[in-house]
Ligand binder design. Sequence first.
Ligand SMILES: [Zn+2]
Length: 142
Amino acid sequence: MLNRMLKAAAFKKAFAHLAAGETDEGRHLLEDLQAEYVALCDENKALKRQLIEVAEIVDLSEALEFDGRTYWLVEDMRRKGPFCQLCYDKDGLLIRLQEKEARWRCLSCDSNYDKPSRDELSLPEGGPQGHAQHRVIPLFVK
Ligand SMILES: [Zn+2]
C-alpha cells in the first residue's frame, strides 16, 4: 500500500517537473517508473507460473494414493504405478518402479519395495493405509 502511494507520488512529481519545463528531471523519474513497471510485470508473470505449478502439484497429490509402501496414481478409476515413495517424498518425482522377481525396484534411487501380498492388495479403498495419509506437498520443485 505504501509502495503504491509512493509510486503515485512519483508520477505526480514527474508530471510536475514536466509541467514546469524541467524535462530532464521528469524524464528520469518516468524512466525509473518504467523500469519498475517492467520488473513488476516480470515478477507477476513468474508468480502466475508458480501458481499454475502449485495447482498442478495439488492436483497430482490428490490423485496419488499411498498403499503404505508405494504411491499409485488414480486416474479415471484406474490405478497406475506403483511409484517410488522415496523419490516422490524427497524430490516430488514420480518414478515408476520396475518389477524384479518378488520386488519392485526404483532405477533412480535404487530403493527396493516388497510387493504386497494378495491379501494386502484386496484391502478395501480407504483402509488402514488408504486415503487418510497426510503428507507435505513439495512446492516449486525444479
Ligand atoms: Zn526412487
